[in-house]
Every structure is written in C-alpha cells, then in structure tokens.
Design a binder for this molecule. Sequence first.
Ligand code: HEM
Length: 396
Amino acid sequence: MPLHGTRFQQNPGEMYRKLRTTHGPVAPVELEGGLPAWFVLGYSEVCQVESNPGLFARDTRRWNAWDRVPDDWPLMPFVGYTPSLMFTEGAEHRRRTGAVGDALAAVDPFELRSACEQVADGLIDEFTGSGQSDLMAQFAHPMPLRVMARLYGMADDEAGPLMQDLTDTVASDDGVAAYQRIYDRMRALVETKKQRRGPDVPSRMLDHAAGLSDEELLQDLLVVLTAAQQPVAYWIGNAIRLMLTDIRFAVTFTGGRRSVGQALTEVLWEDTPTQNFIGRFATRDTNLGGQRIRTGDMLVLGFAAANTDPHVRPDFYSDSIGNDAHLSFGHGEHGCPYPGPQTGEVIARTAIEVLLERLPDLALSVRADDLVWLPSVWMRGLAELPVQFSPGVPVR
Ligand code: HEM
C-alpha cells in the first residue's frame, strides 16, 4: 500500500484500519518514489521499537535503500542526514539532548505563561477589528514561533520574517533558499549570544556542561525551533476545530477553561499533529509484529494509528479525559524531550484560553465538512481555519 497520495488526507483512520486488517500491526508500505518501509501501526509494536534504540536506531545513514533515492526526493528534508541531535545515538545523543532539555527546563513557568499571553493578545489585536480571520495563518502558526523566538532572546520584529521563511521552506519553490535564510538567522543568533549572553535558551546552551560546538548549537537550535513550531501550531488548530464543531464542547465553550484541556488531550488521541514519523532503522535482522525485518530497513512510526489500536482502545470513542497514555510525543530515548511536551502545552493552552476570552462568540465561517486537512501523511492539521466573531478593539 502506498503511504502517500490524497487518500490519507480527509480520512487517515480508514487507511489505518485497512492496513491493520490486511497486514496486522506492522505493514509493508511504499513511500513516495516507490521506496520501501515498514509502517508500525500497533501500539505495543511502536512501544517495542521506541524502547529498543540499540535494535531500532535513529541515524538515517543506516537505511539500506539510499542507492535508490533520487536527489530531488520529496522526503529528503525528513530523512536526509544532518549533524543535529536528532540523528545522534547513545551517549552522544544524551549529551546533545541534555543541553536542550536543561536550557528549556530553566525557563520560568510564570514568564512562559506571561510571554504566551502577550503573544496571543498581540496576534489577536492584528485581526480583531475585522470580525473574521483564518486562525491557522493569523494565529496558530505564528503563536509557537513567536513564543520560541522570545525564548531564544530574539527581538519581536525578527519573528515575522522567520515565520515567512519557515512557511516558504514547505510551501514555495524557494524552499532551499528559505531554509538557508533560517540557517543564517540562527548563525547570527549564535554569534550575538557568544558576544553577549542573555536570559535565554541559546545562552544557556552555550554555557552548558555538554560543551557544544558552534555548529552543534546552531543545528540543535534549528531542530528545537522546527520541532516546536509545526506540532504546536496544528495542536492549537485541531483543538479549536474540535471545540467549534463538537456539541460536547459547545456547551462549555464560552466559559471553557476546563474544556480547553479536554480538547487538547482529545486531539492527541484522535487527531495528533505528528501522525506519522520517520523513523527508525533496524541495526540487525529481527522480527516485529509477525514481519521479518532486515538490517537497515526503515520503520515509519504510526503514532496516530497506534493511538487508535483496537487492542488498547477497544471502544474507539471512549473518553480520553485524564488518560495521557497516547504515543503522540513518541516514547523512550528519542521521544519528544522533557520539557518539550510541557512547553508545547503551555503555549497551546494559553493561546486558546486567550482566544476564548477575547472572542467569546467565535464561530466557523464555513461548514465543518468544508474544512480542508493538509494533504500530508506526516502532519495532521488544517490548511485553513476560517472563523467569524463580533469585531473587537486591540488591547495592547
Ligand atoms: C515547545 C514545544 C516542543 C519542543 C521544544 C519539542 C522538541 C522536540 C525535539 C528537540 C525533538 C527531537 C528529539 C530527539 O530526536 O531526541 C522532538 C521530537 C518529537 N516531538 Fe517534540 N517538541 C515540542 C512539541 C511537540 C508537540 C506539541 C508534539 C506533538 C503533539 C511533539 C511531538 C514530537 C514527536 C512525535 C517527536 C519524535 C519522537 C520520536 O522519534 O519518538 N512535540 N521534539
């Protein structure tokens, strides 16, 4: 079965069910360009892969199909090796990810919450007067980027061009040049922080006992920025969609602080942003989910499929309140590192709470069925989220 094309777009759950019925928890699939991979759909099989980094490793150079990959392969941005923390393994990975985790964990939670409120208010001010908005472009996407830019000690006016470059890396013919501009911005940031430290993530990473080189620091700042931006943006968008379209949330919508948390958790179970992820590479021949895996085979982690595995969730619509056992942040040594999930949650939760306070009569301006999901196998999120509300006045 091809793991690409528009069939995944509107109803990926149906595709996962078909794959599971035909092949069980681990399915042979074809990526774009006809390249082979194993798609891991079972909850316990995803855990098994993620808990065994010695057997299922992270360095993409281990892949046994590189000789078949064309230079212009569309998945190269996910699979092409870079010297970032993502593709390191073992002690080297722990050194790099430790610096990221410590630098993020040192962010004061009250300052983070306050930065999120200021950013959310500033974004809403830009469109509140018009009574309408595409919340993906005007709110969900810039929200995590602007917060992360603050944590990086960047000036607020640098966030706009950075957001444009990030958008262009995926949505324009100028992708390579846009990526180079982001790289140059990070290099300039590293140089600035080397001259003058500040109360920010890059400065803490510079002074960390991991002793990062300039190139390591630059690469890892890039990874953290991109690893935060897209998942948090789609988490915000998917949760707002749920709250605007599901009657269970409509009841509590205007007073909805509690329901924001419920919507965020439910999205991680039902429409998780990082729905599929490349991946891991077998370090030796082995068996998984009834399939024979060869050394160097690629495994795609099916987080969304695992979250709805009937073996762990026999009742698909069972209540997700208070249950955080989903795999939406990955798991194990290479999972989303502490405090990535917590930081992402503060950004997403604050964004939606401020939005509800500022625009209490927020409503979709299209029918729920007309909302369009991204044509992506990898990210689950809306292309646009058109809404309307009573026009307000800026507060800042
Ligand atoms: C401020 C927010 C966030 C930060 C700073 C962050 C950071 C990171 C980093 C640095 C990695 C690479 C880890 C490694 O290779 O060792 C990562 C991986 C990952 N993150 Fe996050 N992240 C954030 C939010 C999120 C959110 C909201 C989601 C999903 C809802 C998410 C899902 C993932 C997943 C699925 C992986 C891959 C896990 C694996 O390979 O097992 N992250 N994240």
